[in-house]
Structure formats: C-alpha cells, structure tokens
Design a protein around this ligand. Structure first.
Ligand code: HEC
Ligand code: HEC
Ligand code: HEC
Ligand code: HEC
Length: 284
C-alpha cells in the first residue's frame, strides 16, 4: 500500500514538473520561436527551402534567407490593414526584392490563420502576461483566423504604410533614401531617453512598416542596448515581450512606467512628450 502511494506521489511530482516545464517561459532568447525544439531550422532550412525541411511547397522558398516554411499559399494575396486604408499585395515569390518578403511573407507563413496552413503555430502565448491582459494561452496568435480572414483591424502594414518625417504627425527627423535620421531637436531628445529601435523596410526610397519593423523574430524578451544602438539608454539588457525590438515590459512593477507608450511614439511623434511641451522622459 505504502509503495503504491509512493509511486502515485512520484508520478504526481513528475507530472507537475513536466507541466511546469511546458508552461514556464524559456530563458533562451528564441523563446516561443524555438518552435517546439525544431529551432532555427523551423524557419531557415540549410538546404532546398521548404522542401528540404520536409514541408510541401516550392523549394524556391529558400531563395531568400534560406526560408524553410511553405509560404506559397500566401503569394500574391491581398491583405488590407488599418481600417481598410492600407492595401498590401503580398509578394508573388520569395525571390521578389521588396521588404515584405523577409518582413511579412515569412511571419505570415506561420501566423496567418487564413491563407497559410498555420504550420507549427499552436495558437498559444508563451510569456507570463500581466493580469491586465486576456487569459494566458487565449491570446490569438493566428492572425486573420477570426473575422473572415480579414486584416482590417490590424495596424497599418505593407508597402503603402509609409513612416513620414515632418507634417502634422511626424518627428522633426529627416529621411534619406528611406533611412530615418532622428536628429531634430525633439526627435534627438526622444532617442536620448528611449531610442529608435524600429527597423522600417525600404520601398521606393520610403520607410515602410512590415512585421519585422516592430518585431525581431530572434529575441522574444530581451533588447540589448550597446554602443551601436540608436538609443541613449545606459548600455545593458532591457526587458521586452512579444519579440518587440524595443524595451516593452507591461510587467514592469512601476505602475507609472511609460515604456510601452514610448514604443509607439517611435513613429507617432504627435503623441510624444517631446512634441507636446512636456519634459517627461522614459520611466522604467
Ligand atoms: C520564427 C522564425 C525564425 C527563427 C526560428 C529564426 N529566424 Fe532567422 N530570420 C527570420 C526572419 C523573418 C528573418 C528576416 C528578418 C528581416 O528581414 O528583418 C531572419 C533573418 C536571419 C538572418 C539574416 C539577417 C540577419 O539578421 O542576420 C540570419 C543569419 C538568421 N536569420 C539566422 C538565424 C539563426 C542562426 C537562428 C537560430 C538561432 C534563426 N535565424 C532563427 C526568422 C527566423
Ligand atoms: C516556423 C513558424 C513561425 C514563424 C515563421 C514565425 N513564428 Fe512567431 N510564433 C511561432 C509559434 C509556434 C509561436 C508560439 C505561439 C503559438 O504556438 O501560437 C509564436 C509566437 C509569436 C509571438 C508571441 C510571443 C508570445 O508571447 O508567446 C509573436 C509576437 C511572434 N510569434 C511574432 C512573429 C513574427 C513577427 C514573425 C516573423 C518575423 C514570426 N513570428 C514568424 C511560430 C512562428
Ligand atoms: C507597428 C508595430 C507592429 C507591427 C508592424 C506588427 N506588430 Fe505584432 N505586435 C506589436 C505589439 C506592440 C504587440 C504587443 C501588443 C500587446 O502588448 O498586447 C504585438 C503582438 C503580436 C503578437 C502576439 C499577440 C497577438 O495578438 O497575437 C503576434 C503573434 C504578432 N504581434 C505578430 C505580428 C505579425 C505576424 C506581424 C506582421 C503581419 C506584426 N505582428 C506586425 C506591434 C506590431
Ligand atoms: C514603425 C513605426 C510605427 C510604430 C512603432 C507604431 N506605428 Fe502606428 N502607425 C504607423 C504608420 C506609418 C501609420 C499610418 C500612417 C499614420 O496614420 O500616421 C500608423 C497608424 C496608426 C493608427 C491609425 C490607424 C488607422 O486605421 O488609421 C493607430 C491607431 C496606430 N498607428 C497606433 C499605434 C500603436 C498603439 C502603436 C504601439 C503599439 C503604434 N501605432 C506603433 C507607424 C507606426
């Protein structure tokens, strides 16, 4: 009897350890993009693109960044973001030279729930979300799987979603061949207190918004500020979530932290402190 009890107890311990392992966020910076153990090769196939990775679809997917997921179902599809104002026709192949190839087709290969087979995604969130968010594991990570496959309620994206300097809503920055220099008096103050971490794509010499402008698929929860970073923050590692490229920690214990708002202000200058006469900087 005692022995059976012990076995049951041991089993219970084993089960709880196993669940803890599955639900704890990984400390590996790839995080959720470890892709259930497949690692880098889930996205980059060393040989023959998607075909070499055991996925169906054209071997040509590997023509750019050795892409190893089948994205052929997304070729040429139109997605409309930002309330219907930003129409994006996805590239017709991985060999196209526009920034939406590596910046959008790639992500949607796994994150689109409409045209793509939703390859490896299990529609779960990996990080421990703040209590103010929806329930953990119920945040949708299959884009366009609800709402009839529409992207209409998604942030503006694609070759028509340009980031502009000046005007009524832009920073006092300058743009040269699609590269944005945050050197105006307000924009340089913003960069000193936060930074310009986003990486716009360049199309027709204009800076445009693609998924990888905001997200870095290689690092889920850490942003490193070093000597070459376009940021005046002290060098070091900053917390982020959701693979975002800039400090973004809604779990910050300081309820007055404005870092998540600062993230959006990298492009939305008219909503910044610097452009509205406030001396507030970034608070962590
Ligand atoms: C979830 C998918 C995904 C995973 C997993 C992934 N990558 Fe990437 N990788 C991308 C995407 C997308 C790009 C293109 C980024 C862009 O254009 O902004 C890229 C670009 C690259 C590049 C070329 C550009 C650069 O940033 O240097 C290299 C090299 C690279 N990845 C290596 C790796 C290695 C090594 C691993 C594993 C440690 C890895 N990747 C894991 C999606 C992924
Ligand atoms: C090989 C498939 C694959 C590709 C390609 C891919 N992802 Fe993911 N991503 C996943 C999986 C799996 C998860 C975990 C969530 C899930 O299972 O639904 C995830 C989760 C995420 C999350 C949520 C992180 C969290 O808190 O759980 C974000 C944000 C994300 N991916 C962004 C991107 C972006 C941006 C790209 C393109 C640069 C990309 N992904 C490309 C498979 C992929
Ligand atoms: C303008 C910046 C921006 C762009 C462009 C962007 N995202 Fe995000 N994304 C965010 C932010 C910010 C969050 C975290 C929101 C929060 O705090 O809940 C997020 C969250 C996510 C999540 C996790 C939560 C969820 O709702 O599923 C996924 C997956 C994701 N993004 C994928 C993508 C993909 C794929 C693309 C391109 C098709 C993309 N994102 C383009 C800023 C962006
Ligand atoms: C990489 C630059 C960039 C970042 C970062 C960014 N945006 Fe935007 N946002 C744009 C661009 C470009 C547009 C379209 C042009 C415009 O309205 O200024 C836009 C438009 C919008 C719109 C108007 C959408 C519509 O339907 O007209 C909203 C709302 C918005 N963004 C919210 C946010 C929020 C919230 C964040 C942070 C989570 C954010 N943005 C981060 C570039 C960005």
């Amino acid at each position: 009897m005692k022995r059976i009890l012990l076995v049951v107890l041991l089993l219970l311990v084993f089960v709880s350890v196993a669940t803890a392992q599955i639900t704890q966020p990984s400390t590996d910076i790839l995080g959720a993009h470890l892709n259930y153990g497949r690692g880098c090769a889930a996205c980059h196939s060393p040989h023959s693109g998607a075909a070499g990775n055991g996925n169906s679809g054209s071997a040509n997917t590997g023509n750019s960044i050795l892409w190893g997921e089948d994205v052929t179902g997304l070729y040429g599809k139109t997605i409309t973001t930002g309330g219907g104002k930003y129409v994006e026709v996805l590239p017709a192949s991985m060999s196209a030279t526009t920034p939406d190839v590596s910046g959008m087709l790639t992500c949607l290969g796994c994150h689109d729930g409409n045209f793509a087979p939703a390859s490896m995604m299990k529609n779960k969130v990996y990080e421990n979300l703040p209590a103010t968010y929806g329930n953990r594991n119920t945040i949708p990570t299959l884009m366009a799987s609800a709402g009839g496959g529409s992207y209409i309620s998604d942030h503006p994206m694609g070759l028509n979603a340009t980031i502009d300097c000046g005007g009524t809503s832009g920073w006092d920055c300058t743009e040269v061949n699609g590269a944005i220099n945050m050197r105006g008096s307000a924009s340089s103050r913003f960069v000193t207190s936060y930074g310009f971490f986003v990486q716009p794509g360049v199309y027709n010499n204009k800076a445009v918004v693609v998924c990888t402008t905001c997200h870095n698929p290689h690092s889920m929860n850490v942003v490193t500020v070093g000597r070459n970073s376009n940021s005046g923050l002290p060098a070091g590692n900053y917390a982020t979530m959701f693979f975002l490229r800039a400090p973004y920690n809604p779990n910050d214990t300081n309820p007055m932290s404005n870092q998540t708002a600062q993230f959006c202000r990298q492009c939305h200058a008219d909503k910044s402190n610097e452009m509205n006469g406030s001396t507030a900087g970034t608070t962590f």
